[in-house]
Structures are given as structure tokens and as C-alpha cells.
Design a protein around this ligand. Structure first.
Ligand code: ZN
Ligand code: ZN
Length: 177
């Protein structure tokens, strides 16, 4: 697992406010993020910590959306201090040796460490402008732009085609047809 792939945890959390209604929904969120281990405990404290983390991650993506690179970096640096990484080298299931970032702490801490370190790695490897919020109003879901030409504007194919249809209609109206 390369470190930038951990950034998907941030996107998943931002785009899943419905999963933060109560602790029952949390295991599904963790499973989707590949963070669920059998027997892992999910408490009210985890839920509250993940709600706070979600707000902080939204603020990171909003700063990126405004083109405020220093705002993104300041926020990520503050999060890196609050969620220190204790990496471990791991080799399991026939994979070669690779890094695991999220071996320690309670469930929410493990999630936070992965999400924050993933974003920090993505931003330093590829650039702040790789963090995006969907332009198909009113969507505003988060996405990571890993396209080679940095062309991504929407969270999904569905939002892209919805925006294309809206733009086409607007053009037709403008053309007086
Ligand atoms: Zn592994
Ligand atoms: Zn969207």
C-alpha cells in the first residue's frame, strides 16, 4: 500500500456524514476504508473524534478549493502534530515488506493518522491542487485528482455528466434557440 492511497480515508470520511450519525454505522465506514479489523472496538469517543476530524479535513479541502496553499499546509501541519505517526514495517499475505501507518491507538486515532499522513504525502508528492471539491453544485463532495493532466473537476462520472447537461442547456438558452 503506497502512502498516498491512505488519503482516500480523508475523502471517504468527508463524503460520509451519514455514517457519523451513531456508532452502529462506523464499522461499515471502516470496512470501506479497509481499516476494519475483526474485533476492533468502536466507541462513542471514536465517533466524536471522527466528527471533529471530518470538520478539520473539510477545512483542508476548502482551503485547497480556494487555492490557499499555505492554508492547506498550515492545517495539515497542525493535524500532523496532533496525530503523530508510528510506522511499522509489515509483510503479510505474501506481500513484500511495506509500511503500515495505523497500528497504534484507538480506532479513531488510527483513522486520523492514515488520513492525515496520506494527504500530507499526496500534497508533497503531487501538489496541493490535487485536493478538490466537486464543482457540480450543490454536490461539494471531496475527491483526489490523480489524473496525469490535473483535469478532474467532479467527484464522480454522475456529477460530471450532470454538469455537462446543465452547461449544454445553458448554452442553448444563451444561443436563443
Ligand atoms: Zn499491509
Ligand atoms: Zn459531485
Amino acid at each position: 500500500m503506497d502512502l498516498t492511497s491512505y488519503a482516500e480515508l480523508a475523502v471517504l470520511l468527508i463524503n460520509s456524514p451519514d455514517r457519523l450519525a451513531g456508532t452502529e454505522e462506523l464499522p461499515a465506514l471502516l470496512r470501506e476504508g479497509g481499516r476494519y479489523r475483526p474485533g476492533c472496538r468502536v466507541t462513542q469517543g471514536d465517533l466524536e473524534a471522527l466528527r471533529v476530524l471530518r470538520k478539520e479535513l473539510v477545512a483542508v479541502f476548502e482551503a485547497a478549493d480556494r487555492g490557499d496553499e499555505e492554508g492547506v499546509v498550515d492545517r495539515l501541519n497542525a493535524l500532523l502534530i496532533r496525530h503523530p505517526v508510528q510506522p511499522q514495517i509489515s509483510g503479510h499475505d505474501g506481500e513484500r515488506w511495506h509500511m503500515h501507518l495505523t497500528e497504534h491507538g484507538r480506532t479513531a486515532d488510527q483513522y486520523a493518522v492514515g488520513a492525515v499522513m496520506g494527504l500530507a504525502t499526496l500534497v508533497t508528492d503531487l501538489g496541493v491542487n490535487r485536493l478538490g471539491l466537486c464543482r457540480a453544485a450543490p454536490c461539494r463532495r471531496a475527491y483526489l485528482d490523480t489524473s496525469s493532466n490535473r483535469s478532474r473537476r467532479y467527484c464522480s462520472e454522475r456529477c460530471a455528466s450532470r454538469a455537462n447537461v446543465a452547461a449544454y442547456r445553458a448554452r442553448r438558452k444563451g444561443g436563443g434557440q
